[in-house]
Design a binder for this molecule. Structure first.
Ligand SMILES: NC(=O)C1=CN([C@@H]2O[C@H](COP(=O)(O)OP(=O)(O)OC[C@H]3O[C@@H](n4cnc5c(N)ncnc54)[C@H](O)[C@@H]3O)[C@@H](O)[C@H]2O)C=CC1
Ligand SMILES: O=C(O)C(=O)COP(=O)(O)O
Length: 345
């Protein structure tokens, strides 16, 4: 079986290859390294989450029946140009770089790796929340500039605790669930808005399922954990921000497109938003004259929430395990287009 390991800077072709060799004896693996920094290609399935070009993938596939990848674009043209392809195993929480309709028409099974970075992203989200609520990065730079205990030591400008605070999570998938568990351990009251989560399951976790507007009205801290789709674009806009209590904290470690960034500078300057913590942006990287660089109480990091060493190994292990199942004719664990399996059997 010929396999293309189309890796990138984070989960490289070498890591994918090692995992494949550990899983399968005698696999013939070729590597493709996708560009870094990311060169966006897309949209593939409504969102721009692929990197590299389809031509690169078409040429690199070169007769492979299986490909493992993180970000390579698998488009209609890629499938048409490589009719021998049978499996694309994507090491991401969603196979957003694959045109699923085209894969299904071409008879290619697509698998993915739900939760592979959930612990990493959840821990980071809670870290960002605490950083914003207690303004840890600002205090760090003040101290390094020779300032000892500024406004943050003065009532009422001091930060707030998670203990006893109501935190609203928008999205209750792999990451939202871990964030909820951690927040409850801190003593927070957790509300969740997720139209696809079973309210009974949410309640079983000690969390209250609510509608989005209710969540925004009641939460002192709101953290976004939904996936970006055409339906969730600008889920949080100026009207939704206006529902939040004065001084509320907003955290976005999910996707820039979930949040309309345009009204945020005014919301921060007026104090309507008490603090903002963001790891993701409407344009990545944000421009040098990004208005939020000048706004008060913003903690901003360069899209790092999911990036831990464990995540990279887990992604490679999950895709290699899928390829192993495929090679042995066993059922695949996480198929995004199950209809195609009937046609393959
Ligand atoms: N900053 C980073 O480095 C990372 C960001 N992410 C992002 O974090 C987000 C969450 O990832 P996962 O938990 O793995 O995704 P997931 O697919 O497990 O969960 C997403 C949840 O969003 C819910 N959802 C869909 N429409 C919704 C709506 N209108 N309102 C509220 N919820 C809605 C779904 O029902 C699902 O439960 C995604 O946007 C993902 O791209 C993930 C990992 C790293
Ligand atoms: O945002 C990131 O960096 C991600 O890794 C996104 O993760 P996912 O595509 O959900 O596996």
């Amino acid at each position: 079986m010929r396999i293309l390991a189309a890796g990138d800077h984070f989960v490289g072709p070498d890591l994918l290859e090692q995992a494949l060799h550990a899983e399968l004896d005698g696999a013939e693996v070729s590597g493709l390294r996708l560009p870094w920094p990311v060169e966006p290609f897309g949209p593939v399935g409504g969102v721009e989450e692929a990197s590299g070009t389809e031509q690169q993938v078409i040429e690199a596939l070169d007769g492979a029946t299986v490909s493992v990848t993180q970000m390579a674009p698998f488009t209609e043209r890629v499938f048409e140009s490589n009719p021998q392809l049978r499996l694309v195993a994507v090491g991401r929480g969603g196979p957003v770089n694959v045109d699923l309709g085209a894969a299904t028409r071409a008879g290619v099974a697509v698998t993915y790796a739900p939760g592979r970075n959930a612990a990493a992203a959840a821990e980071y989200a809670v870290g960002m929340m605490l950083a914003a609520m207690r303004r840890i990065p600002a205090s760090d730079s003040e101290l390094k500039q020779g300032r000892w205990r500024g406004d943050l030591y003065a009532y009422p400008d001091a930060g707030i605790e998670l203990d006893g605070t109501t935190v609203g999570l928008v999205g209750y998938g792999a990451i939202g669930r871990i964030v909820a568990r951690v927040l409850r351990a801190f003593g927070a009251t957790v509300l969740v808005a997720d139209p696809f989560a079973d309210p009974a399951d949410v309640r079983d976790d000690g969390v209250e399922p609510v509608e989005l507007d209710d969540l925004l009205t009641r939460s002192s801290v709101v953290s976004l954990h939904a996936r970006l789709t055409p339906e969730t674009k600008h889920l949080i806009n100026a009207d939704k921000l206006a529902l939040m209590p004065h001084g509320a904290v907003l955290v976005n470690t999910a996707r820039g497109g979930l949040l309309d960034y345009a009204p945020l500078p005014d919301a921060l300057h007026s104090g309507r938003l008490g603090a903002l913590a963001v790891d993701v942006y409407d344009t990545e990287p944000p421009p040098a004259d990004w208005p939020l660089h000048e706004a008060p109480n913003v903690v901003a990091t360069p899209h790092l929430a999911g990036a831990t060493r464990q995540t990279a190994h887990r992604a490679a292990g999950i895709v290699a395990a899928e390829v192993g199942r495929f090679a042995r004719g066993e059922p695949l664990a996480h198929v995004a287009n199950p209809d195609v399996l009937d046609r393959q059997s």
